[in-house]
Design a protein around this ligand. Structure first.
Ligand code: FES
Ligand code: FES
Length: 158
């Protein structure tokens, strides 16, 4: 099956088995290794990408589902101004990240800010439920997302 989609702003066509996992397509065919392979069952968040702007675990997305859709990986997102808000917010709150969880935390935070410009602690905790990380202090994570939200509001609204 030929699948056509937008990948980090460019239109791409790929000949793939329709059931092939998106995470494998991104890593093996496009070398986008910032999309990590963890549990491969939708539970850890390390393979998160933005699908039409919303964070999803790419390990449970068969590639046929992205036909005509827009996929943004962490590599593409890092080129956007929205990324800087989160980077700065996380840094100011001392949020811990590592090579396993950074992609999921950053893209999940972005999804939260899209839906909730002033996210509450409960919303942040609930929406981070799919990101497996036992080493981050939840209070720091909440503070980091709130700081990023404030930075984004200021940047967008002046
Ligand atoms: S590898 Fe996809 S959620 Fe864990
Ligand atoms: S898994 Fe990365 S900081 Fe916890």
């Amino acid at each position: 099956m030929i699948v056509k989609f937008t990948l980090n702003g460019s239109t791409v066509f790929i000949d793939a088995n329709p059931g092939e996992r998106l995470v494998h397509i991104l890593r093996r065919r496009y070398g986008l290794t910032g999309t990590r392979e963890g549990c491969l069952s939708g539970r850890c968040g390390s393979c998160t990408v933005l699908l039409n702007g919303s964070p999803v675990p790419s390990c449970v997305i068969p590639v046929f589902q992205v036909h005509d859709a827009e996929v943004t990986t962490i590599e593409g997102f890092m080129q956007e101004e929205d990324y800087r808000d989160i980077e700065e917010g996380f840094r100011s709150a001392g949020v811990t990240t590592c090579g396993f969880c950074d992609t999921g935390k950053i893209l999940t935070a972005h999804g939260i800010l899209n839906e909730h410009p002033r996210p509450t602690k409960e919303e942040i905790k609930e929406l981070f439920a799919g990101n497996l990380c036992r080493c981050t202090n939840v209070e720091e994570l909440v503070a980091g997302v709130k700081a990023a939200a404030a930075i984004r509001r200021k940047r967008r609204n002046g």
